[in-house]
Design a protein. Structure first.
Ligand SMILES: NC(=O)c1ccc[n+]([C@@H]2O[C@H](COP(=O)([O-])OP(=O)(O)OC[C@H]3O[C@@H](n4cnc5c(N)ncnc54)[C@H](OP(=O)(O)O)[C@@H]3O)[C@@H](O)[C@H]2O)c1
Length: 247
């Protein structure tokens, strides 16, 4: 059997990241690593995924706001697998409205922007050891689109400064991804931004079917195509399931 493709999904214990893991679990060419900050949640998610007969899934402790945790995860993945083929930077947090604007900004940037930059930096040597095309996929959001904000009409759902920390951190993530694509991209390594669209998850109390959110499984199918190399020609792009998203 050909060597399995190792896929690390940060924040893979719930919502979109979990749905991606579920989608890949039925593919026996994939070895999924769920990078989770909570051992309890991570191990529970792994146990659930392992109910699928052919699933190869393991838990890796990973808090993207903690450089020691990132370094330990790199060591663990390196010792066991000697390489990483795909890194899906999915972990994120949203503005906690009970906190001050400063704390909301600090928290969103630390997890959603800085955390991704640090994780990529730390895992890069293992990605370079991939014997196939390695891929970095940073999960962003339409909320981070500058064009969308420019075009925002008076009836837009997001009003005033509401959600600005999350939106700004995702705009920063888009820039970080472009820098990574230019700095590291080439025949052996592809870099993307991907937005799943509005899906049911634990991100906020609004992410429910009643509010029109779709199943995260729908977006996961789209991401699996990026993971499998079907969209390598769009390296450096801001991808959605149906095409390219506006920056
Ligand atoms: N849902 C949407 O409509 C939507 C739309 C556009 C983009 N997105 C993006 O999709 C991605 C997944 O979000 P989701 O909607 O599936 O939300 P979610 O269910 O809340 O999942 C977020 C995951 O990130 C983890 N996480 C948060 N901080 C972390 C940290 N410091 N280190 C490691 N893991 C951390 C969470 O872990 P805990 O369980 O421990 O909190 C959780 O597993 C995010 O990048 C989000 O911005 C979502």
């Amino acid at each position: 059997m050909a060597a399995q493709t190792t896929v690390l999904i940060t924040g893979g214990n719930s919502g979109f990241g979990y749905a991606v893991a579920e989608e890949l679990a039925s593919d026996d060419t994939k070895h999924i690593l769920l990078g989770c900050r909570s051992a309890e949640k991570g191990k529970r998610a792994v146990a659930e995924l392992q109910k699928q007969a052919q699933a190869k899934v393991d838990y890796v402790q990973l808090d993207v706001t903690d450089e020691k945790s990132i370094a330990a995860a790199v060591s663990e993945v390196g010792e066991i697998y000697d390489r990483l083929d795909i890194l899906v930077n999915n972990a994120a947090t949203l503005d906690q409205v009970q906190e001050s604007l400063g704390l909301q900004l600090a928290s969103c940037f630390q997890t959603n922007s800085t955390g991704v930059a640090l994780a990529v930096d730390a895992f890069l040597p293992l990605l370079k050891k991939s014997s196939n095309v390695a891929r970095i996929i940073n999960i962003s959001s339409g909320a981070g689109s500058l064009r969308r904000r420019v075009n925002q009409g008076p009836n837009a759902k997001v009003v005033g400064m509401q959600g600005v920390a999350y939106a700004a951190s995702k705009a920063a993530l888009n820039m970080i991804t472009l820098a990574q694509a230019k700095a590291y991209g080439g025949d052996a390594l592809k870099v993307f931004v991907y937005t799943p669209g509005f899906v049911i998850s634990n991100l906020s109390t609004l992410n429910t079917a009643e509010n029109g959110a779709k199943s995260p499984k729908d977006g996961a199918l789209g991401l699996a195509k990026v993971i499998n190399g079907e969209r390598d020609g769009e390296h450096g792009g801001f991808l959605s399931e149906s095409g390219q998203y506006e920056w």
